[in-house]
Design a protein around this ligand. Structure first.
Ligand SMILES: [Zn+2]
Length: 489
């Protein structure tokens, strides 16, 4: 069975079935999903970040929103962490010898989880202009072709630093500028050096291209080199162009390759009503048996026919990025319709080229406000529902809910502390509404990822922010000038 894909210059390349299977054999599905605690050291000589050691500490007297249904909220709660794991959550815990972190006046939350972010583009944030030649799609296409592997890495480093600073402890790097395998290596090296938890979604390259498949034969190599040694910090997924851009044989091949390896698959869908009607994406995916809880569909702002019933029935995940959906004119995020149908939801950044930053608090607030505005009701969505989407919802979508997403003993220690005495937070009233409506990244005092304290007292620990920003500025300046020249002719 021979399929085909396109190389960078547009020539067809053969994709043989045995290439797909070779990738599959090299991985072994079970090993990708198993949580593996233990050391996760930065590569020597990286120099961008020095990962703090894991230790033993006790967060004392915080207002703990565990996001665990059984444990609930603890107004004077303690969290005991040892060797990267949550040992206990409760009140007046005893932990002799543990370092004490005073949580008084803080809200403690599980680290936030986002589920769709083209991180490479962070080195070109805010470059989508105000006319079609410089709009997101034409500009991102031009920029992507100019980026070298190191430019992708610079985007990822900047994105991770900002994510950690703003309380996002897990991201889905929806990597769709992988011109060659070296681009994937550069991005994964950045993940490894910076810390933070991620699903690395191995995608394609060339925004706006069609009938070009993901290089699935590279998945086995990437798993061996980067995912396995990450000891549970990185997982692997596949990001497809999907039925709106690729023919169904190609789509099936990508899904089949991902599922053989137990990997999640993601694709963009439903960004224009005309396209949805023409391609009938959800219907086609359903007929081909390609929907399911291992699939993350992005946006789907234009719902037709019984699409939502199919998504709910198959427990297919939808990732919503309200800021970019509004900004690009994909439509008003139809959160009410999804919620009513019972479609599993999580939240995402998408791209800072359009969204400007990765502030998940703002994303939650936007979603809540859209839900109420759409419904013309103050009570359409409880604030806690938005918080669930950015914690357990995200963890479930990425397939790591057994590991993170709630403050539950036995899970990995991804925890954030929010200061409640800052001007924009005070006075202390309802903590869930404070998180959704008042908080911004500057209120994030402490960030713990896998037991490492990555932000403390409002300052990042061990990350060379100046160097990361300098590098990104250098890339932005160069690619912007070149992309403008290309696009304006
Ligand atoms: Zn996207």
């Amino acid at each position: 069975m021979t399929k085909s894909m396109w190389n960078k210059s547009g020539a067809r390349l053969p994709v043989r079935r045995r290439d797909v299977l070779r990738g599959a054999a090299a991985i072994g599905a079970a090993s990708l999903l198993r949580p593996i605690p233990g050391a996760y050291a930065a590569a020597p000589g990286e120099g961008y970040a020095k990962l703090p050691a894991r230790g033993e500490f006790l967060i004392r007297n915080a207002y703990v929103l565990t996001m665990d249904d059984k444990l609930g909220d603890l107004p004077n709660g303690d969290i005991h962490v040892r060797n990267g794991a949550i040992v206990a959550v409760g009140t007046a815990l005893k932990a002799p010898g543990a370092k004490i972190i005073d949580g008084k006046t803080m809200i403690a939350l599980p680290g936030l989880v986002e589920t769709h972010w083209h991180m490479w583009g962070t080195a070109a944030s805010n470059t989508a202009g105000d006319d079609p030649k410089m709009g997101y799609f034409s500009f991102a296409k031009a920029v992507g072709a100019i980026f070298k592997p190191e430019d992708n890495a610079r985007g990822v480093r900047l994105a991770i630093a900002e994510a950690i600073n703003s309380g996002l402890t897990t991201v889905h790097n929806w990597s769709h500028n992988l011109v060659t395998p070296e681009y994937a290596d550069a991005e994964l090296q950045a993940h490894r050096a910076m810390g933070g938890r991620a699903l690395f979604g191995y995608g394609y390259f060339g925004i706006g291209m069609q009938n070009q498949a993901v290089r699935v034969s590279d998945l086995g190599r990437v798993n061996e080199r980067w995912i396995k040694p990450s000891e549970g910090m990185l997982t692997l997924g596949v990001c497809s162009r999907g039925p709106e851009n690729n023919d169904m044989d190609m789509v099936r091949m990508e899904w089949e390759a991902a599922r053989k390896l137990g990997l999640r698959v993601s694709t963009h869908t439903g960004t224009s009503l005309a396209r949805v009607k023409d391609r009938q994406t959800i219907k086609k995916l359903n007929e081909a048996g390609l929907l399911g809880p291992d699939v993350i569909l992005v946006h789907d702002t234009n719902i037709v026919d019984n699409d939502n019933e199919l998504l709910a029935k198959t427990k297919t995940e939808i990732s919503l990025s309200p800021f970019t959906e509004l900004r690009t004119g994909f439509g008003i995020t139809p959160v009410g319709a999804f919620t009513k149908a019972g479609v599993p939801l999580s939240l995402s950044v998408d791209t800072t080229v359009l969204a400007g930053n990765c502030d998940m608090f703002a994303i939650m607030k936007a979603l809540l406000n859209i839900a109420d505005g759409e419904a013309q009701s103050e009570f359409a969505m409880p604030a806690r529902r938005a918080l669930e989407m950015a914690t357990m919802g995200g963890a479930r979508a990425l397939g790591i809910a057994d590991r993170v997403g709630s403050l539950t003993p036995g899970k990995r220690a991804d925890i954030i502390l929010i200061r409640t005495t800052d001007l924009n937070m005070a006075p202390f009233t309802d903590p869930v509404h404070m998180v959704i409506q008042s908080t911004n990244p500057s209120n994030v005092d402490t960030v713990v990822i896998d037991g490492r304290i990555m932000k403390s007292g409002g300052k990042l620990v061990g990350i060379d922010v100046a160097r990361i920003v300098r590098d990104a500025a250098d890339t932005a300046k160069r690619v912007r000038a070149e992309a403008e020249r290309v696009n304006r002719g």
